[in-house]
Design a binder for this molecule. Structure first.
Ligand SMILES: NC(=O)c1ccc[n+]([C@@H]2O[C@H](COP(=O)([O-])OP(=O)(O)OC[C@H]3O[C@@H](n4cnc5c(N)ncnc54)[C@H](OP(=O)(O)O)[C@@H]3O)[C@@H](O)[C@H]2O)c1
Length: 334
């Protein structure tokens, strides 16, 4: 076993992840009685990494702060009182600061055992859970409705498309390239919209005059406004993110207050933040794992290879470019 390992920390607060991030070396810790030491194999790249590096997550925290969130890895050592896990087990973890590091010491309760430390298993713990829990526990996912997903070909969007479709809905998905349109067709999306070629507003006006019953909205900005304008009577919009405003900060807008749009349709907007739904993690992880193993869930991993801790800033910038498709991951060589 190595004596030391490397991790990525922010030494200044900035939405420019590369500028904020620095690699540091630390001694490898030994597990306490209820802890496990994990060698990370894959780390998940998330849209919100630039919010974490900007210090928007834990506002009172002092620099440096550890970066990254989810990782998949192999248990290297366990504490004396750990009973559920042993050396060699594959696990996934999701803790703030736990992703972009070669080794990770966690309390045993924070490590979920999985069949394989794969990028697919990794993507379930945040991207998959967000879609699954938001749609069913907050969005009251039904059948025979029209559901629109934004950033539909992205890490979490790909789950929302498939879960909404498999529940028996008509699914509309927005994206920015024809390659993503083809991917969305593969996933069963009924009406992919490449917003670089078609105005989402026009498509909804012409093809969906009865409006949208449920929206899984992750982009924000003018796309959020269009979605609100097209909510059906009793329509529900899940606001899970606003990636279009992460780099430069929230835009200030002038206009009527949102109730002038919502009340005439008896429509609603629900904010959603995954850590507030921890009590639902267990059953939803099991459901998504089952779906993946039985082949009914196609979890796509972006095929651009990012190798080692040095590649993390490249991977974060790649996701922010809007070009990625499926889940972006960084591989840590064993
Ligand atoms: N609330 C929660 O608990 C929670 C949990 C996980 C994720 N999220 C949110 O879900 C959203 C997606 O996250 P993700 O990690 O899965 O990322 P992702 O969807 O894999 O990547 C982001 C995608 O957003 C789209 N996008 C549109 N405008 C963009 C812009 N100006 N800059 C960058 N991307 C833009 C791009 O797809 P197109 O170009 O095809 O539109 C891009 O591929 C984010 O808003 C994130 O914060 C929220």
């Amino acid at each position: 076993m190595a004596d030391s390992y490397r991790k990525l920390v922010a030494t200044s607060f900035s939405t420019d992840f590369r500028e904020a991030a620095e690699i540091v070396t630390e001694n490898l810790p030994r597990p306490g009685p209820h802890e496990v030491l994990i060698q990370n194999r894959y780390a998940a790249v998330n849209a919100t990494d630039v919010n974490i590096s900007a210090g928007r997550y834990e506002l009172s925290s002092d620099l440096p702060i550890d970066l990254g969130v989810e990782a998949a890895g192999i248990v290297l050592a366990v504490g004396d009182n750990v009973r559920q896990l042993e050396q060699g087990d594959a696990v996934v973890t999701s803790t703030l600061g736990g992703g972009y590091r070669e080794y990770h010491l966690v309390h045993e309760s924070n490590a979920i055992q999985v069949p394989e430390a794969s990028p697919q298993a990794l993507s379930i713990v945040v991207s998959g859970l967000t879609a699954s829990i938001a749609l069913s526990e907050v969005g009251a996912l039904r059948h025979d409705e029209t559901v629109l997903v934004t950033a539909a070909a992205g890490g979490t969007g790909q789950y929302a498309v498939q879960l909404a479709k498999q529940a028996g809905n008509h699914v509309v998905g927005t994206c920015s390239t024809d390659r993503k349109v083809a991917f969305l067709n593969d996933l069963g999306c009924d009406r992919p919209i490449n917003y670089e070629q078609e105005a989402v507003d026009d498509v909804l006006e012409e093809e969906y005059p009865d409006g949208l019953d449920l929206v899984y909205e992750a982009v924000g900005g003018s796309l959020f406004d269009v979605c609100v304008d097209h909510l059906a009577r009793h329509g529900r919009l899940l606001s899970i993110g606003y990636v279009s405003e992460y780099k430069n900060g929230p835009e200030t807008v002038e206009g009527e207050r949102i109730y002038t749009s919502l009340i005439p349709a008896s429509a609603s907007i629900h904010g959603f933040f995954l850590p507030h739904f921890a009590e639902h993690f267990g059953p939803h992880v099991k459901k998504l794992m089952r779906m993946q193993q039985s082949g009914v869930l196609d979890i796509r991993i972006d095929d651009t290879v990012f190798e080692g801790i040095e590649a993390v800033p490249d991977a974060v910038e790649y996701l922010q470019s809007g070009e990625s498709m499926g889940k972006v991951v960084v591989h840590f060589p064993a």
